[in-house]
Design a protein around this ligand. Structure first.
Ligand SMILES: [Zn+2]
Ligand SMILES: [Zn+2]
Length: 146
């Protein structure tokens, strides 16, 4: 499936099946998304490929390690490598709408960093709620894609 930024400069393709999505409600993700949370998934790097616009990406990194990569032209958040891991973080809003049929059985299965959510953010009853990050990050990631 393909994804792109708001202005279309940055394009990428994912060649694996996505099986789960999560929302991170931490304060950094609130600011990065301008909303309650990021809705994202994580894929193995061998299934992720840039098509165009890698040179259009700016990077901002907090000393804690939190990274925000975004399109220089439109400011849209774009995928980035999860620190030194073999995984890419994928912001789901970038997946193009003609790919929606791939998601008929996929839902937001987890909410993380729920303790730092915005006061006006009402979490749904559904899904697994984590106060902070999941303890077992590897098994968490393995539920998100094949
Ligand atoms: Zn852009
Ligand atoms: Zn977060």
């Amino acid at each position: 499936m393909k994804g792109s930024c708001l202005c279309g400069a940055v394009n990428f393709v994912i060649s694996t099946k996505i099986t789960g999505l999560y929302q991170c409600h931490c304060q950094l993700c609130q600011k990065q998304s301008g909303s309650t949370s990021n809705t994202a998934t994580i894929v193995k790097d061998r299934y992720f490929e840039w098509l165009t616009g890698e040179d259009s990406i700016s990077k901002w990194k907090k000393t804690s390690g939190f990274t925000s990569d975004f399109c220089k032209t439109c400011g849209c958040p774009v995928p980035n490598r999860l620190r030194d891991t073999p995984y890419y973080w994928i912001p789901m809003g970038l997946i193009d709408s003609d790919e929606q049929s791939s998601f008929e059985e996929v839902k937001i299965s987890s909410h993380i960093c729920c303790h730092s959510k915005a006061l006006w953010d009402r979490l749904p009853e559904s899904g697994t709620h984590y106060d902070d990050m999941p303890d077992d990050l590897d098994s968490f990631i393995s539920m998100l894609s094949e």
